[in-house]
Design a protein around this ligand. Sequence first.
Ligand SMILES: [Zn+2]
Length: 496
Amino acid sequence: MSIGQIIGWSVLALLALFVLISLIRAIFFKPKKREIPAYPDEQVDEARAAANLSAAVQIPTISYPEQDKVDWAQFERFHAFLEKAYPLVHATCTREIVPPASLLYHWKGKNSDLPPMALLAHIDVVPIEDGTEQDWTHPPFSGHNDGEFIWGRGTVDMKNHLICIFEAAETLLAEGYTPERDIYICLGDDEEVVAGGNSGANKIREALIARGVTKLASTLDEGGAVLPIPKVLGVLPESTLAGVGVSEKGFADIEIAVTSKGGHSSAPPNHTAVGELAKVVRDLERNQFNSKLLPHMVDIIDQASRRMPIYLRVIMVNHKLMKPLFLAVMKRIPQAACMIRTCTAVTMAQGSPASNVLPQRASIVVNFRMMPGTSTEDVVRHIRKVVRNKNIEIKVLRNIEASPFSSTDNPAYAALHDLILHSAPNAMIVPYLVMGGTDTVFYEPICDNCYRFSPFFMPLDLLMRTHATDECLALSTLGDGVRFFKRYIKMAADKS
Ligand SMILES: [Zn+2]
């Protein structure tokens, strides 16, 4: 045999061995065995929860970026509604109004030496887009209960979550429960309008610090939910995905400007300031940030692969070797690309004020969404590096840094994990990176264990109605939400 033949046969033999090993591994590459926790049943007043959610939706607590546009009287109505609906909570906890309309409740535990935990929610909702009021099946602030759904703005984002916290606390108090550690319930008034350092949540954190609370054991806010994943023919069986947000992307609005001489448009140079700016846009869009599969993405791929039929598991058992392939495919799909890299979106542009005037200054605003580990400073450095025009002016208009990843090794996360498993035994449970923003970022300076999860079963078509027409919540999931919070409070507050 020639050397070439020997090499050829060796390669073939190695390949056959690789396939054989993959086949054997694929047979055992199945969803990991998990012990489904059992809990004693919890008393829940489902009718009261539904009536209170309906009443909460009927108070239009709409937030706007312009504070003078906000009808603060509605927020006061909401405060009064909570007081009336939850007398035990209000008799037991101290309540502080953090101006203008955020609320901070303090539920004292048996052992105030333990670091307290916090339950977060926001009171405000987004407005109804002009001209779409008539498109609603039931008026957006009716809180209509048709026996199957409760309809209206805030039923999903997030008066459902807020009401379930209060229902759980009220019922626990009626049962004579006192938590081991102190619990804070923090309700922001402006989550829907990203208000940066001036936000309600930021002021609540400052109020906590003023009370001497410099370390929280955990926080739980909106974020992930329990989503049914439809059957993907021949690839994936019907399954359920429960994401617990453990980090969120940052954002930075950055203005980039080019100046030039200006003058009359009848004698223009080859490139006006806008023309120069076009090259800047091209440089930015051609030089995207590096992509990376974060551990939670690898985890999702792993859990999904284990549910595939054997002929695909033979391939997917080696998914870790296929990272470059996944990255190449995901980069081409915008909805997937945002999960693997810092995103660049050129969203606004401005030139001269008239068509016959050459611009003396032209500018764009670029909205960057940063991955954890990439700071605003890194983004500015990236702009300087990839834009060939070195005379650009860069100005950071507003920004919130990406958050660090919270640990999944503590009682609060364990409680979330076990409670999800209890309600959805076959769910893929994944700690994940939240794409949008929540109030949680404002608590990160005083908490290492920040989670974003709402305990509601959310079919995709209902989830898509968040911030849109016909937002509604299935009544069947509301009682489970209260049950979840009752158990979560006990588990996260009493275990250290
Ligand atoms: Zn929300």
